[in-house]
Write a protein of this length. Structure first.
Length: 128
């Protein structure tokens, strides 16, 4: 089997707030927009990002909707330079993200930082 990820769907508490964060704030192009579900094109050949109402996504998966804290996943955005890392982090913060770990030099030679979206999903922005 050749495994590939076609879309990442995250459960959000407020679909309109999340839609605004990703579309207006981060500039993601809306692919589909339905009540309770929105998907975005993230770039040429990239995986799509879907937003689904939190409780509805939990119900769809057949699991309880309660729970908080680290979700065991980070979304990663790899860019071409340290300067672009700083730009993306600033754009995310302006859009309403919380800077979790300011951009810094990495021991592996790159540059990275973390922000969380309004629902607490962690994004790592890294570049060389």
């Amino acid at each position: 089997m050749n495994v590939q990820i076609s879309a990442v769907t995250i459960g959000v508490k407020d679909i309109n707030r999340a839609k605004k964060f990703y579309s207006d704030g981060l500039g993601c192009a809306i692919d589909q927009d339905h009540p309770g579900f929105v998907s975005f094109k993230l770039g040429d050949g990239s995986t799509k990002l879907g937003l689904y109402a939190w409780d509805a996504l939990a119900a769809d998966a057949g699991v309880p909707a309660d729970g908080s804290g680290f979700r065991g996943i980070t979304l990663n955005y790899i860019v071409e330079s340290e300067a672009r890392v700083a730009e993306v982090m600033a754009l995310a913060e302006k859009a309403g993200a919380t800077i979790v770990k300011p951009a810094q030099k990495a021991q592996w030679g790159g540059y990275f930082g973390y922000f969380s979206d309004p629902d607490g999903y962690l994004w790592k922005v890294s570049g060389y």
